[in-house]
Design a protein around this ligand. Structure first.
Ligand code: PLP
Length: 343
């Protein structure tokens, strides 16, 4: 293994509080999720049940639904209107047939954070393998895997300012997992294929930078996010917050605007040089309302009018103030054009 890749492995491990040998570099978050799920169930072929949630990213949900066609029973846990899980329901579903529980750390559309420490303890104490898609959480909230019994965890580089096309699958020492990609001996035989060295080096550096000031950045982002959110909710009529107000990433807010399309808001924001996304960037362009908001019982029209604002270390208070100034103007303009609003 080259010096650069070794250093990056140490930088990632340091951010996660784990051993560098537990880090496997992959090509993206999707590969990490697919490898974790398929690798874990292949290691326990006699168990035929997978437990997940309704609001996972498609990189998890689509795999689970595919496995449903191949003899697996998949349980998708429901969430309440604030996007939270019922942990009693999870506990009741765990049994000797459960091969894997895969539950995301933070939701990519609403930012809602699940109590992963409690969930990991509950699942692994029953001898069941636990995977978490932490793509949205890593680098945004402090994570220390030396204290939490998570077996596998997925990361995507570009969510923490690394280049696109690199990811990580953390696999705790002793976890049984069959390799997903077969071929050469890279990554100690756990993930064949030539490594994306520039991507890996970038991811290592991004982890180091995230690690340096995660607590202060957390506070700064929470302040800016709350300022943005409170101003929009106050200044724009007929809008609502989607997600739990407290149990959330510090940088994300998801707001539904009645009577108008989220996509239309995005186009107008774009004219002012403001980037946001409708629900999730990963599903934008689709006419289906977000499966996450629908699972939370957000009415169809409000789900269609949803916008996710997410802030990063590169955003300033000036940019937040500018967005606060533009939003009522955009919403009013679009409502004037809306066939659903009496003019
Ligand atoms: N999981 C979550 C929660 C995500 O938000 C994303 C991407 O947006 C992924 C998985 C997929 O990661 P990637 O785009 O690196 O494949």
């Amino acid at each position: 293994m080259g010096h650069n890749v070794r250093k990056a492995r140490e930088q990632v491990a340091s951010l996660l509080g784990c051993d560098p040998a537990e880090i496997i570099f992959t090509s993206c978050g999707t590969e990490s999720d697919n490898s974790a799920i398929r690798g874990a169930i292949a290691a326990v072929p006699n168990r035929k049940k997978i437990i997940t949630t309704r609001i996972e990213h498609p990189a998890v949900l689509t795999v689970c639904r595919d496995l449903e066609n191949h003899g697996y029973e998949v349980i998708e846990l429901a969430v309440d209107k604030e996007g939270q899980l019922d942990l009693n329901e999870l506990e009741q579903k765990l049994d000797d047939d459960t091969a894997l529980v895969t539950i995301m750390w933070a939701n990519n559309e609403t930012g809602v954070v699940f109590p992963i420490e409690q969930i990991a303890k509950m699942v692994t104490s029953k001898g069941i393998v636990f995977h978490t898609d932490a793509v949205q959480a890593v680098g945004k909230i402090p994570i220390n895997l030396s204290n939490i019994p998570i077996d596998m965890l997925s990361i995507s580089g570009h969510k923490l300012h690394a280049p696109k096309g690199v990811g990580v699958l953390y696999v705790r020492k002793g976890t049984r997992i069959s390799p997903f990609l077969l071929g050469g001996h890279q990554e100690a035989g756990r993930r064949a294929g030539t490594e994306n060295v520039p991507g890996i080096v970038g991811l290592g550096k991004a982890c180091e930078l995230a690690n340096e000031n995660i607590e202060e950045e957390n506070k700064r982002l929470r302040f800016l996010r709350d300022k943005l959110e409170n101003a929009i909710l106050k200044n724009c009529p007929d809008c609502r917050l989607n997600g739990h107000k407290k149990n959330r990433l510090p940088n994300t807010t998801n707001i539904s605007f009645e009577y108008i399309e989220g996509e239309a808001i995005l186009l107008m924001l774009d004219v002012y040089g403001i980037c946001a996304s409708s629900g999730s960037a990963c599903t934008s362009g689709s006419l289906e309302p977000s499966h996450v908001l629908r699972a939370m019982g957000v009415p169809f029209t409000a789900a269609h009018g949803s916008v996710r604002f997410s802030l990063s270390r590169y955003n300033t208070e000036q940019q937040v103030d500018y967005t606060i100034e533009k939003m009522p103007e955009i919403v009013n303009k679009l409502r004037k054009l809306s066939p659903f609003v009496a003019q």
